[in-house]
Design a protein around this ligand. Structure first.
Ligand code: SF4
Length: 359
């Protein structure tokens, strides 16, 4: 295992901040120091590219412009505002955190890394990003972008998903983090990693840190960062059941904890990701495979679900298993996980369920 040679990282601070001042992309959360708006953006951007997140952020800030407005919102409205971003536990945690803070009499976020870190759903990166960007606190916000940039600057052979590699990267980050503009520095590293120093391509000729980057010098940029564990995705085939009765459709309710907790959806199964249930078994037995298929993915699973459409002559006892018959307008308004959302669009587009005026 090599140890990176000392390089004058501090000399890169000025060029990096100048580059950030002139070249950064103009996102709405960069036009404000409102801790609430910064927090929302940091949580949204954990799994979403910044350019895609702009519209979601605007929509959210229109719906819930302040911490107090979020704390007073219905969970269903919060999930609807989050629809399309996935990982709905993040939206639920935003709501829980807002209510906790309101209960403590606060109308904004606390200006302390430790207090931010203690909020539901706030990990070390998010706490550091909000603390530095919104409050100017001197804490490094190290995310995947930062790990990649620093592992390239140092031409690090240690895997960054091991604690010793992460420590090396973090200590280089801390050496560089300037006391006067920590938020801008953290944002600049993220911006560099999202633009010039991307995972599969680099624009080293335009990079403000190119003059001190060892990976650039050695031509090894695309071999960094080293990763020790890679999670392989697994493909599964399964079934998704659309039960129709008159103009109504059956939505099952997921359990209050676990994957998509509390969400409604079309019943589906794809063991071992989701076990067979009476609802999917019945669909397998009763309906031919003529409803096409839907593809979606979550965590490590890549799913291909055969859609089976079953028309019932009476509502029967389906709702006993936890669910309800939804009118078209109720179906249109329900926040659904991605796979069910795609099927809903198809049902409306193909006229299988009539679009109500409000849908
Ligand atoms: S010089 Fe290239 S590899 Fe090094 S930090 Fe800049 S973009 Fe990344």
């Amino acid at each position: 295992m090599n140890h990176p040679p000392p390089i004058p990282l501090e000399e890169g601070v000025g060029p990096l901040l100048r580059w950030y001042d002139f070249c950064r992309r103009p996102f709405p959360w960069r036009e404000t120091n409102d801790p609430y708006a910064v927090w929302i953006s940091e949580v949204m951007l954990q799994q979403t590219q910044a350019a895609r997140g702009v519209e979601y952020h605007r929509r959210w800030m229109r719906a819930f412009p302040t911490l107090r407005s979020l704390a007073g919102a219905d969970e269903e409205d919060v999930l609807r505002a989050w629809e399309g971003l996935g990982y709905y536990s993040r939206a639920r945690n935003l709501l829980r955190a807002a209510r906790l803070l309101e209960a403590r009499g606060l109308d904004t976020l606390p200006a302390s890394y430790e207090e931010l870190r203690a909020l539901p759903g706030v990990g070390p990166y998010t706490a550091a990003a909000v603390a530095s960007i919104a409050f100017g606190l001197h804490v490094p916000a190290l995310d995947a972008n930062g790990k990649r940039v620093f592992s390239r600057l140092l031409d690090l052979e240690e895997p960054v998903d091991r604690s010793s590699g992460e420590r090396t990267v973090l200590s280089a980050f801390e050496r560089m983090l300037p006391p006067d503009r920590p938020g801008d520095f953290n944002s600049a590293i993220m911006e560099l990693g999202a633009t010039l120093c991307a995972p599969a391509s680099t624009l080293c000729g335009e990079c403000p840190l190119g003059f001190l980057c060892l990976a650039r010098l050695r031509g090894s940029a695309l071999e960094r960062p080293m990763i020790s564990r890679r999670t392989k995705s697994e493909s599964l085939e399964g079934i998704l059941a659309v039960y129709l009765y008159n103009d109504m459709v059956f939505l099952r309710k997921r359990p209050p904890s676990g994957l998509w907790a509390g969400f409604e959806e079309f019943p589906w199964s794809a063991p071992p990701a989701e076990p067979e249930s009476a609802l999917t078994e019945k669909a397998r037995r009763c309906a031919p495979d003529c409803g096409g298929e839907v593809r979606c993915s979550f965590t490590k699973w890549r799913l291909r679900l055969a859609v089976r459409i079953i028309r019932l002559h009476s509502p029967g006892d389906l709702a006993d298993g936890g669910g309800r018959w939804a009118l078209p307008s109720e179906l249109a308004a329900a926040p659904l996980p991605a796979g069910s959302r795609k099927v809903r669009e198809r049902l409306f587009d193909e006229g299988i369920i009539p679009r109500s005026r409000s849908s």
